[in-house]
Design a protein around this ligand. Structure first.
Ligand SMILES: Cc1cc2nc3c(=O)[nH]c(=O)nc-3n(C[C@H](O)[C@H](O)[C@H](O)COP(=O)(O)OP(=O)(O)OC[C@H]3O[C@@H](n4cnc5c(N)ncnc54)[C@H](O)[C@@H]3O)c2cc1C
Length: 466
């Protein structure tokens, strides 16, 4: 089972033997559906603040089965859509938001240290490299200027010229990069499995192989038994398709990854990344990578979307899916063009209609919800867990006042995805325009007019997303 989930899971010492299944009806103060980071962080912060609260978790498979046990391990000091949120805020609110978001990797690191979790946490920052075609430099410079106009400083995000970039990351065609120190890398499966043990030790039972098949206010039903609780926390993110009505608000989109065999020191001398930095090559293919603690190159890129919001369950990558990732990686690092790919996997992540996360407390339906992180959920789930804990405990805090906490307080008022076939057509048209842009710009012989047109179409399509 480990290898069917991800490369990361294969590195664990423990077997993935499921914990007990829920076999008889129980009551609790809070029931959490899903034992990924969102559910586990929520349980953790609830128990930190209110040790006597009765919190239980029900998980369809085993803790970490979802995206939390599969991801790229970027602990990002930011949120999907944060620039659009910041643009609407005044200076004080911006400063507050910067403080919260930039502090996310440190908060994750603090708990990791406090709870003695070994998950290869390294705060080495992130390199958004313009590394494949010249248009990437313009795009990255304009992104940097926008971040600075929104109140981020030179200490938060700064430009690396090609020779500064080469001190950290050696790429074939270096045009420069945006660097941010506010990102850590982790071994994600080690974190999620350890967090499950931590919350269990705090008195939170995790019932595994117990899929929730129905939800009503205050009651969740699994195949053998029910949990009745004051609050239900659906922490199912990319699996929202499994449980109505959450499927209307979070769409399952895939991200797919590859890992090489451990690479020799001489190969790493030709790449860099010697202090835990993460990197991306900054195209709209949404690529991300890191050097694992055992010296593999871990590299991922955006995957597809299935008609009707159908959940993808088989993550044996097709030849085309593997080759695309290998091609993108080889474009950056020619030394890896023929590298031995030992692992291929992927997972479902949850995309909200407004392409930014939402958190809310819905009193009428006894729900506390956090999700829609897109591909930027590792740190955001920590924010979600802390925020939901405050909301459930009735605390008005700086976290509960933030703009991603939805004031309307009803799950049914979140923006819905369009019905099919509009969703599928829309998503695929946008992705096609991104692929077309990438293929055109990566072709050094493409004439200027074709490059401009491809950029304009992809840019327009991207703006339609939000
Ligand atoms: C390949 C990949 C790479 C990524 N890389 C990054 C990255 O580098 N950085 C980053 O910030 N984000 C990344 N993400 C996104 C990030 O991993 C997720 O946003 C985050 O893990 C979501 O955590 P979660 O707990 O909300 O959901 P999940 O981890 O998906 O957990 C949901 C859990 O709910 C369970 N479940 C589902 N349905 C039911 C049900 N009906 N009843 C009971 N249980 C149920 C599932 O089995 C699962 O364990 C990536 C995602 C993927 C797929």
């Amino acid at each position: 089972m480990k290898s069917q989930i991800s490369f990361w899971m294969t590195q664990l010492d423990e077997p993935l033997t499921p914990r007990a299944t829920l076999t008889s009806d129980i009551t609790a103060d809070v029931v959490i559906i899903g034992a990924g980071y969102t559910g586990l962080w929520t349980a953790y912060y609830l128990k930190q603040q209110s040790p006597d609260l009765k919190v239980v978790m029900v998980e369809a498979e085993v803790a970490g089965f979802g995206a939390s046990g599969r991801n790229g391990g970027w602990v990002i000091g930011g949120l999907l859509g944060e620039e659009r949120i910041l643009a609407k805020l005044g200076a004080d609110a911006r400063a507050d938001m910067h403080h919260i978001l930039q502090g996310l990797p440190d908060e994750v690191g603090r708990v990791i240290q406090k709870e003695n979790i070994a998950c290869d946490f390294r705060k080495g920052g992130v390199i958004y490299a313009a590394a494949r075609y010249p248009e990437q430099e313009k795009r990255m410079r304009s992104w940097l200027a926008n971040l600075h106009s929104l109140g981020y400083t030179e200490a938060d995000y700064y430009w690396l010229n090609p020779s500064e970039l080469a001190e950290q990351l050696i790429v074939d065609r270096a045009y420069g990069a945006v660097f941010s120190p506010n990102l850590a890398t982790i071994q994600p499966a080690k974190l999620v499995r350890a967090l499950a043990r931590v919350v269990e030790a705090l008195g939170v039972p995790i019932y595994e192989k117990s899929p929730v098949t129905d939800w009503q206010p205050g009651v969740v039903t699994t195949p053998q038994a029910k949990v009745t609780a004051d609050w239900v926390v659906p922490a199912i993110e990319g699996y929202a398709a499994t449980l109505a009505p959450f499927d209307r608000y979070q769409l399952p989109v895939q991200s797919l990854m590859i890992a090489t065999e451990p690479l020799s020191a001489s190969v790493w001398d030709q790449i860099g990344l010697n202090r835990g930095q993460a990197f991306s090559e900054s195209s709209r293919q949404v690529t991300y990578g890191q050097r694992s603690a055992d010296d593999r190159m871990i590299f991922g890129a955006r995957g597809g979307y299935q008609f009707g919001g159908k959940l993808r369950t088989d993550f044996h990558l097709t030849t085309a899916e593997t080759e695309l990732r290998q091609y993108l990686m080889g474009e950056m690092f020619p030394v890896l063009k023929k590298a031995n790919i030992t692992h291929r996997w992927g997972g479902n992540l949850g995309m909200a209609r407004r392409f930014m996360p939402h958190m809310l407390l819905d009193r009428q339906h006894q729900l506390a919800l956090s999700g829609g992180y897109g591909g930027e959920g590792v740190a955001a789930t920590n924010l979600g867990g802390r925020t939901l804990a405050d909301l459930i405990l009735g605390k008005q805090t700086n976290l509960t006042r933030q703009p991603w906490v939805r004031k309307e307080g009803s799950v049914y008022r979140l923006s819905r995805w369009e019905p099919e076939p509009l969703r599928w057509l829309g998503y695929n048209s946008i992705i096609r325009s991104f692929v077309h842009e990438d293929q055109t710009l990566a072709n050094p012989h493409a004439p200027a007019w074709r490059r401009k047109l491809a950029l304009a179409i992809a840019g327009k399509m991207e703006s339609l997303m939000c």
